[in-house]
Unconditional design. Sequence first.
Length: 274
Amino acid sequence: MDVTGAIRVARLTDVGLHRDHNEDAVASDLTVGLVILADGMGGYKAGEVASEIAVLNITAEITEAMFGKRSMIMPKSDLLPESEMLIEAVEKTNAAIYQISQQFQQCAGMGTTLVAGVFTNNKLIVGHIGDSRMYRLREDKLTQLTEDHSVVQEQINSGLINEAEAKQSANKNLVTRALGIDPDAELELHEYDAKVKDVYLLCSDGLTDLVTDEEIRIMLAEAGFNIERAAVNLIRFANEKGGKDNISVVIALVKKEFSKRNQWVKKLLGKAKK
């Protein structure tokens, strides 16, 4: 769904202070309502390859599904059609990354985390794999919409450690799911209602390892609706706190409703006036 007039997006990625190259990748295409972020992993620069493949392939697959012949295929479940499109796009992208990792020695073992959102009909579809996150700021309240697929998160869920201990854990960057590592990828998918003035943040762990949720909330809130300034401030603050990893953010602001029905009514009224 084209949400160009309803959503505004700011994207920013930074190598940080201790890495010699950037393995994060970010993208957005509001003509199909897509925002996406990937954080690569693997051998020398292989993570960079995996994350780039992820954002490019998924963007292309979603675009083809929405504007190509596949957009007419009837849904196979209770999920929104756009959710099924995202699932299929991730499956194809996982296969592509895995195949390349098997064929080329320099790419062996490469993979990437992923967090993606698709805005459609006043809803946001959120899919993620790994520990890249999505947050929502609504009426000054910050909510984490994704739960990390990581060893530390499993330890928290089982009661073995608490949040404070998790921050100091030597295992905090070990993910339990990643795109392209295995022949099959398990995408976690949720659908949320989106409201006007919502602010959505996609980010890599280069931000969340150093900046607390409360600090994120304050910076998003203080920036108001200047999401470009918020993106700059978040990355600058993470670098001020050490910048030990690549840092990437995608911020989306809902400016107005984006209903398919409203679009259809407007077109009908426009024709009636002619």
